[in-house]
Design a protein around this ligand. Structure first.
Ligand code: RAT
Ligand code: ZN
Length: 407
């Protein structure tokens, strides 16, 4: 039982651990990068068992065990694909992977059968939910105060919704994704003035909390390429003028296997000095950065020690596994104290918030327990208030400071 008051020194390790777990599990988090959409975005707002099971992390795993061709799989209706994923990863095999265990966590939270032979019960449950109430319920279970969406105004259907003057659920904040501008410049407005105009127009319309881009493992800065010019002449000046942070997600190798579609991207070790140079040349701009390769994590921490306009965030995509989250979180605590954002969910389907945050909280709590315990052994005890201050900083304070608003 937890007996201490908030300001009492926690000198017993059992009590210390209990407090850390309690605080980490109950503190609200601001999710700085997701692919979720507010309900006003209609078909873009994904939820329910069929969407959960056809998540690209799981389709990639299904192809490793189900003997089906890519073409045959993609031809199937979504419900048949979900049935096959369930049969392959949950009935014929034990769901050991992180993404598969995530489904179990979600089913279990809603009291659904985690050993079901088929999806009948789960489908009936999700179909019976009222979407708005369900969103409230999921945010509440996941203890998430808000999420940042990934918005691409160059997507025709999404652009139309923005143009209709949509009023959003306040928990869903927008971010202006620049992948098409910075990675596919051949398909975007031509002159620098047009590109600036384009960005400013969308910033006014969307009120994004940051501009973000995913970059290949080969990303260099400075570089003798169009991306470098676009960054210097369009994106970074606009970020400075509008006080908007820039989010860099580095290390993806797109379409390593195009037949896997969305699941076909890979990872590559990137050059952290590119981000260092950008931070050095644009000290007035705040950068959020995450790298996809495990090998880049230590260098990112060191770069953040050199540049206080750089905020490392999240354990991205292939790194979002308990063993790696644990390792990265510990490394960051040792090198950066609490001046980082430990995780983002990258959720695409609403209920993923539940498992991604539940699993992440477990690793973050364990890492913090060990950190405070070592501190205790060295001669400094902490209080529940201090733990709360640390966790709030990591779960929302750092994010709010970077995006300049209280979300
Ligand atoms: O993690 C993912 O879902 C990836 O497919 C990507 O969307 C990645 O997170 C990104 O934002 O590019
Ligand atoms: Zn993402």
């Amino acid at each position: 039982m937890v007996t201490s008051t908030e300001s009492q020194l926690l000198t017993s390790t059992t009590e210390l651990r209990a407090q850390v777990e309690l605080i980490v599990n109950s503190t609200l988090v601001m999710d700085v990068h997701t692919h979720l959409f507010a309900p006003e975005f209609n078909q873009f707002c994904l939820y329910g068992i069929d969407e959960l099971l056809t998540y690209h992390y799981l389709t990639a795993e299904t192809f490793r065990s189900a003997r089906i061709s890519y073409e045959d799989f993609w031809r199937m209706p979504k419900t048949d694909q979900a049935d096959l994923v369930w049969q392959t990863l949950f009935v014929d095999n034990i769901p050991t992977s992180e993404a598969a265990r995530g489904i179990i966590t979600v089913l279990d939270v809603f009291g659904l059968d985690t050993r079901a032979a088929n999806l009948k019960e789960a489908r009936a449950f999700f179909a019976s939910q009222n979407l708005r109430e369900h969103i409230d319920q999921v945010f509440d279970i996941a203890r998430v105060s808000g999420v940042v969406m990934t918005n691409d105004p160059l997507d025709e259907a999404e652009g139309q919704i923005w143009n209709s003057g949509v009023e959003l659920d306040h928990r869903f904040r927008s971010s202006l994704r620049l992948d098409r501008l910075l990675n596919h410049w051949d398909r975007t407005p031509a002159t620098v003035a047009e590109q600036r105009g384009f960005l400013v127009r969308w910033i006014e319309r969307m009120q994004p909390v940051y501009m973000g881009v995913s970059l290949p493992a080969s990303f260099k800065f400075p570089a003798d390429d169009i991306r470098d010019r676009l960054l210097r002449e369009v994106v970074l000046p606009v970020a400075k003028e509008h006080g908007l942070a820039v989010t860099l997600m580095v290390g993806v190798r797109r379409r390593v296997n195009p037949k896997l579609r969305e699941a076909g991207d890979g990872v590559g070790k990137a050059d952290v000095t590119a981000v260092e140079r950008m931070c050095a040349e644009y000290p007035e701009v705040k950068f959020l950065a995450t790298f996809l390769s495990r090998e880049n994590q230590h260098e990112l921490c060191v770069a953040a020690r050199k540049f206080n306009n750089l905020m490392p965030f999240g354990c991205w995509w292939f790194l979002n596994n308990p063993s790696i989250v644990s390792e990265i979180t510990r490394e960051r605590l040792e090198l950066l104290g609490t001046s980082f954002i430990p995780q983002h969910s990258d959720a695409r389907v609403l209920e993923q918030l539940i498992y991604k945050w539940k699993h992440a909280r477990k690793e973050i709590a364990d890492a913090l327990c060990d950190t405070y315990e070592q501190l205790l052994l060295s001669g400094r005890a902490v209080t529940a208030d201090e733990i709360s201050r640390d966790v709030t900083r990591m779960f929302s304070g750092n994010c709010n400071e970077w995006i300049g608003k209280s979300v």
